[in-house]
Design a protein around this ligand. Structure first.
Ligand SMILES: [Zn+2]
Length: 116
């Protein structure tokens, strides 16, 4: 399967995840594509240990989830509350991985289509 095929499937499934997430949260988008220079800066700063990020292949995105609390949006980042989103993402495709399952770095914002 070509990288374009992988990217297209990833983005289509991301639409499904966002639709699912919006049943519970206001959902906003963070980084999708990452340049080599940004990846190098992340490794240097200790924010990434990956030799190659799936963001560099446009097969990963960081999403942010918010709930209203007394009229203010509060970002939800704890694993227990986001586990259903991670489970849903992984149920869409055996290649899908969720950064909330990782311990170092714990990355609940990160959803990717991995290489199998
Ligand atoms: Zn990410």
């Amino acid at each position: 399967m070509s990288l374009i095929n992988e990217q297209a499937i990833f983005l289509r499934q991301m639409c499904n995840l966002i639709d699912y997430a919006e049943q519970h949260y206001a959902t906003t988008g963070g980084e999708l594509e990452r340049t080599q220079a940004q990846h190098d800066a992340n490794v240097k700063a200790g924010r990434s240990k990956a030799t190659r990020s799936r963001h560099m292949d446009r097969c990963a995105i960081d999403l942010h989830f918010y709930q209203l609390n007394d009229g203010k949006f509060i970002e939800v980042t704890d694993k227990a509350r986001l586990q259903n989103l991670g489970n849903y993402w992984k149920s869409l495709d055996p290649k899908n991985r969720w950064g909330g399952d990782w311990k170092n770095p714990f990355d609940p914002w990160h959803f990717e289509r991995g290489v199998v």
